[in-house]
Write a protein that binds this ligand. Structure first.
Ligand SMILES: [Zn+2]
Ligand SMILES: [Zn+2]
Length: 341
């Protein structure tokens, strides 16, 4: 099969004869339609974190069609469209049993076991897959995985109607969180993003207020929150500066939800403000079964319209230039989709 193989840092080659992934009795085999390029793919491409051994086929934000069902699976038939979590989990630890398979005790062991979805075919345990209603376009369905991460972050935040929210970081995930916060009934959602192109996209996507962190933002956040500060801040930027600014923007007894990954770096953290003002510091990682189910429904009904986030499409053979382009200039792009078959 065809697969885009990351052979060494910053070097992707299209392999026309990559071995098809093994198929277990509890697995489905899927033909991949589209896979979105994620910030984490870009991170592995540029940095080679220790968890990933190269060569490797990345890709986890897939939409795909079922081509073969294992004998121990139920509920799927060839021709169905499915999305889900690509990295195999054990299915037996307490986290898997409660549907939080991204917290599986064996996740690190399983990370490199199968190819990711920048390939023609993948095999995935059926219990990690979710049916997509017929009629949902395959390109929009590829945004269900990142949407589920945003659903999870909103669920972790315990957002309730009328609250005021600030999102730090205007990448695809930040914008999905912004939009879902509005859908969940937030009174006002502000977006803080340093790159002009991403601020414009955030404005077009419906942000109530768009701020450049190069400006003095705390005064504007105070103005937008009756001088109190935000009820909830989401840190989706992954920088020490954004973390510090988010820690200032949240009100007393508010919640700060950290969704970003900090690329292996330590950042300054002084708990005194959080203690003195009783700020809840919450962390949110990936998504569980509940979040995937909700994201499937929200995206397929277009209550969460992901089309404005799709800013580019490339073929498997164009991945090297797409990744190089994203690294050089993230500002002009949000989600780039790779057509995989
Ligand atoms: Zn991702
Ligand atoms: Zn497990």
């Amino acid at each position: 099969m065809r697969a885009a193989v990351l052979k060494a840092p910053k070097s992707i080659e299209l392999d026309h004869a990559y071995p098809e992934p093994p198929m277990g009795p509890a697995d489905l085999k899927l033909k991949v339609d589209y896979t979105g390029i994620c910030g984490s793919d870009l991170h592995v491409f540029a940095v080679e974190p220790p968890m990933m051994k190269m060569p490797v086929v990345l890709g986890h934000e897939f939409s795909a069609q079922v081509v073969e069902v294992g004998p121990e699976t139920r509920g799927f038939e060839p021709g169905d469209r499915a999305v889900g979590l690509i990295y195999p989990s054990c299915g037996r630890c307490e986290y898997c049993v409660q549907g939080d398979f991204t917290l599986c005790d064996l996740r690190a062991v399983n990370f490199n076991q199968r190819n990711g979805s920048f390939a023609e075919f993948i095999t995935v345990p059926a219990r990690q897959l979710f049916l997509v209603p017929p009629g949902t376009p395959a390109d929009e369905a590829a945004l269900i995985e990142p949407a589920s991460v945003a659903v999870h972050a909103i669920r972790r935040s315990r957002l309730s109607v009328g609250e005021r929210v600030v999102v730090f970081g205007g990448g695809p995930l930040g914008l999905l969180i912004m939009k879902l916060a509005q859908l969940a009934g937030a009174d006002r959602v502000a977006l803080v993003e340093p790159v002009a192109g991403r601020r414009n996209l955030g404005r077009d996507y419906g942000a109530d207020l768009v701020l450049d962190p190069a400006d003095e933002i705390q005064g504007q956040i105070n103005d937008a929150t009756d001088g109190r500060g935000a009820d909830i801040v989401f840190e989706v930027a992954g920088s020490g500066r954004a973390f510090a600014a988010a820690g200032k923007a949240v009100r007393k007894q508010g919640r700060m939800v950290v969704v970003a990954v900090y690329e292996g770096r330590d950042i300054p953290y002084n708990p005194n403000r959080f203690v003195a003002d009783e700020v809840d510091l919450i962390h949110s990682y990936w998504a569980g079964a509940i979040d995937f189910r909700r994201a499937v429904n929200l995206v397929s009904s277009r209550k969460l319209d992901v089309r404005p986030l799709i800013t580019g499409r490339v073929g498997l053979d164009q991945m090297q230039s797409a990744m190089d382009g994203l690294l050089a200039d993230r500002g002009n792009h949000s989600k780039i989709l790779v057509a995989c078959s």
